[in-house]
Design a protein. Structure first.
Length: 476
């Protein structure tokens, strides 16, 4: 069985201790992953520290050109990397076009695009103030060494979101992939690090202890984390002790509100993929659906027809639209929430039963007859289950959307854009989509409010977030 390796200072690095990475569709072991030691974490940070001054000193045009070569390397290996995503994370291979299942190939295409866009952006000197006596310029400077901790749901794409803007701005990076989906991420870094100078991009792998060692290192100048609110709170506490700046994209429990004038048939497909993209294992997936009394049954019927028509299975097989839940811990949480809803009188419209077998398969599940306060509504399920809650007036739906201490995304669905805008402006979330859900773009800032985190990624704002402003003030 192959043992994969980390990349540290341009070299492949193993470890005496390893752990298995498993295929969530079959239960088979895919390979062994090194469990980085504290010394190896320190070595990776030291390598990034040593490489950073020369990387930052390169002309901006050279860094941009090298990142464009990174995008080419990703494209040249897109099928290899997509297959790793499917085998290790579970999402179907799918495709890239608008009529394709948005799966692993879509993720790798996203890696390419989210590399090209930051590489194409400019961060010019800004003149904050100028008169006859003075000129005040704002220059953007790199932090130094960035610690990036990526999750298991979009393991390669979210790693790219952390890596590429950081490198573009002149930082160096030490990345820790999720212990559930390490191999694909390590292989992507191996491929793209060959384009970069040694030490500019490094990896360490392992469990929470490795992540803790990374963020506790006092040579880390910025932390980027995507994951649960609970883990984010622990990282933030460590960062506070070291006065380390952070960007946190944490858990969400996105509300989708259907307004009374919406057309159930017209919105059904958008709602479905807004909720069940990546088997619902997306931070900004729709996880609570509020539907008015007059449309409730029609919306449920449309979603049920789609759910029952989507083939579920091993994502390496053709025609599969829905894959497994990535890991058993998350699978057990999903089961627990559905069983709790059943026990309290909710109605399972479709799905709701374990399929059995070696894989972590759970069918797309719609639950009605449920209300705010239920565990399935109030806790982020992060799986292929959607609670559908009736409401009588729009004011109560807005209050329901805002009642939880999360605010990553939300959506409003209506035939009247003016009415939808009015509702959207009152929802407490970092992004509110209208007649779509979860449709991010590399030029549009993305981040959460409340316990869903702080700071933004993507576009100019995301690029600025991995820099520090320096004011140069000239007396005339």
């Amino acid at each position: 069985m192959k043992t994969f390796e980390n990349t540290v200072n341009g070299r492949r690095v193993g470890s005496a201790r390893t752990f298995e990475s498993k295929n969530p569709a079959t239960g088979e072991t895919l390979g062994l992953v090194p469990h980085s030691t504290p010394e190896q974490v320190a070595e990776a940070v030291s390598a990034a520290r040593a490489a950073q001054p020369a990387w930052a000193a390169r002309p901006d045009a050279e860094r941009k050109a090298l990142l464009m070569k990174v995008a080419e390397a990703i494209k040249a290996n897109n099928e290899y990397l997509a297959e790793w995503v499917t085998r290790e994370q579970g999402k179907p291979l799918g495709g890239v076009g608008p009529d394709q299942v948005p799966g692993a190939r879509f993720e790798i295409w996203g890696c390419e695009v989210w590399t090209q866009v930051p590489a194409s952006l400019e961060l010019p000197v800004e003149v904050a103030f100028e008169d006859d006596t003075r000129r005040d310029e704002v220059h953007r400077k790199p932090f130094g060494v960035v610690a990036a901790i990526a999750p298991w749901n979009w393991p390669l794409l979210i790693a790219i979101w952390q890596i590429i803007p950081s490198l573009r701005a002149g930082n160096t990076v030490v990345l820790k992939p999720s212990e559930y989906t390490s191999i694909g991420t390590l292989e992507m870094v191996r491929i793209i690090a060959e384009v970069l100078p040694p030490g500019v991009l490094n990896t360490v792998s392992g469990g929470g202890d490795v992540g803790a060692a990374l963020v506790e290192n006092t040579d880390i100048d910025k932390i980027m984390f995507t994951g649960s609110t609970a883990t984010g709170a622990r990282i933030a506490a460590t960062a506070a002790r070291n006065l380390t700046p952070t960007t946190m994209e944490l858990g969400g429990n996105d509300a989708a509100i259907v307004l009374p004038d919406a057309d159930p048939k017209a919105i059904a497909m958008g709602l479905f993929w807004g909720a069940f993209l990546n088997m619902g294992q997306t931070c900004a997936a729709a996880k609570r659906l509020y539907v008015p009394d007059n449309l409730h049954d029609a919306v449920v019927a449309e979603l049920k027809a789609l759910a029952e028509a989507m083939p579920m299975g091993n994502g390496m097989e053709p025609g599969i639209a829905i894959g497994p839940i990535q890991n058993r811990m998350q699978f057990d949480k999903v089961v627990s929430l559905v069983e709790d809803a059943k026990a309290h009188g909710a109605t399972v419209v479709c799905g709701g039963k374990e399929t059995g077998g070696a894989g972590n398969f759970y069918p797309v599940t719609l639950v009605t007859g449920i209300a705010d306060g239920s565990r399935l509504v109030d806790e982020e399920q992060f799986g292929p289950v959607l609670p559908i809650i009736r409401y009588k007036d729009v004011e109560s739906a807005i209050a329901s959307a805002n009642r939880l201490d999360v605010g990553l995304g939300a959506s409003v669905w209506s035939a009247d854009i003016g009415k939808a805008r009015a509702v959207a402006s009152r929802i407490q979330a970092g992004t509110v989509w209208i007649n779509q859900h979860g449709t991010i773009h590399p030029m549009v800032p993305f981040g959460g409010v409340k316990s869903s985190g702080w700071g933004v990624e993507f576009g100019i704002d995301g690029l600025k977030s991995v820099t520090q402003p320096q004011v140069i003030s000239l007396k005339k």
